[in-house]
Each structure stands twice: as structure tokens, then as C-alpha cells.
Design a protein. Structure first.
Length: 170
């Protein structure tokens, strides 16, 4: 997680809820490959056809509002999303995503600086965001050292397992 990561942006507005990210009708699916097939289905039916590992989501305020279930964060990670940048996040979604190892950065005004398909570079440690397509720059709120440790471990469970000398599950 050190250094900048780059990917193509998928841009959405405000108040994208967890049921739009991952519809509740698929909650019985547990295989990450099957879960990923339904990512962003209710807000962007073409998302799963276009997303590639390392791509990024950019959104307005309150991304991830709605249900407290972890499925929305699981599906974005399974779809290969490297980072989500938004004006703000629903509190429970934010915590679920970080705990599962999906980086989220609060970056006020980011959706106004990015268009779908733009190439972005994001430095998780510093919060520096560069739109490589337009040249625009922004600075996200930096992540704490503790959050960075969770992300670098792949989530809170793998981090704790490593700390306790236990095998990390694949």
C-alpha cells in the first residue's frame, strides 16, 4: 500500500446506498467471484463489464449509506476496486470497508475534478490525488497509521492473526 496506486475512475453522485452497491437479493452468495458480478448493479449496470482490478470509484457525499451489512464493501473489493474516493462516507460503511482492507479516502470536491474514464494516481499515505487525464490535483484526508496498518495487512482480521502469530487465511 505504500506509494501511489493508479487506476481508471468510475464516477457517481451523492447518496449511493449499499443496496445500489450490492443488491440485497444476492445476500446468499458467498463466493467472491459471484459476489463481484453484482457490484454497483443498481446504480451502473455496465460497471461489472468495464471494471478492472485496480480501478477506482469516485463519488459525492454519503457514499455507502443504508444497510450496515458488510456485503457492499466485500463486493467492491471482490470486483477489484483499489480505492474509493468520496466527499464523505456513511460511518458504518467506512468502518466495514477499512476492516475488510478496502481503502476509502475522504476527498472533498473530488467528483467535480474527475470524469468517468479518467486515469487517477492516489497516494494512500499522503492523500495526494492526481488526475493524470486532466492534470487536476486534490488532497484527501490522510489515513492514520493504524488504518494504514489494517490496509497493509489486507484487513483487520489478517492484521490481528499476524500480530498473534497465527496463520493468515487466504
Amino acid at each position: 500500500m505504500k506509494g501511489a496506486i493508479s487506476g481508471t475512475a468510475f464516477v457517481y453522485g451523492a447518496n449511493v446506498d449499499t443496496d445500489q452497491i450490492y443488491p440485497g437479493g444476492y445476500l446468499d452468495l458467498t463466493d467472491p467471484e459471484l459476489v463481484a458480478r453484482h457490484a454497483m448493479e443498481r446504480v451502473d449496470p455496465d460497471f461489472v463489464k468495464e471494471v478492472k482490478p485496480g480501478d477506482m470509484i469516485v463519488a459525492g457525499a454519503n457514499f455507502g449509506c443504508g444497510s450496515s451489512r458488510e456485503h457492499a464493501a466485500v463486493t467492491l473489493k471482490a470486483a477489484g476496486i483499489a480505492v474509493v474516493l468520496a466527499d464523505s462516507f456513511a460511518r458504518i460503511f467506512y468502518r466495514n470497508a477499512i476492516n475488510l482492507g478496502l481503502p476509502l479516502l475522504v476527498c472533498t470536491g473530488i467528483a467535480r475534478l474527475v470524469k468517468r474514464g479518467d486515469l487517477l494516481s492516489v497516494d494512500l499515505a499522503t492523500g495526494a490525488v492526481i488526475n493524470r487525464t486532466s492534470g487536476a490535483t486534490a488532497t484527501a484526508e490522510p489515513l492514520s497509521a493504524y488504518v494504514m496498518a489494517i490496509l497493509e495487512s489486507g484487513g483487520v482480521k489478517p492484521m490481528i492473526r499476524k500480530q498473534r502469530g497465527l496463520p493468515v487465511e487466504g
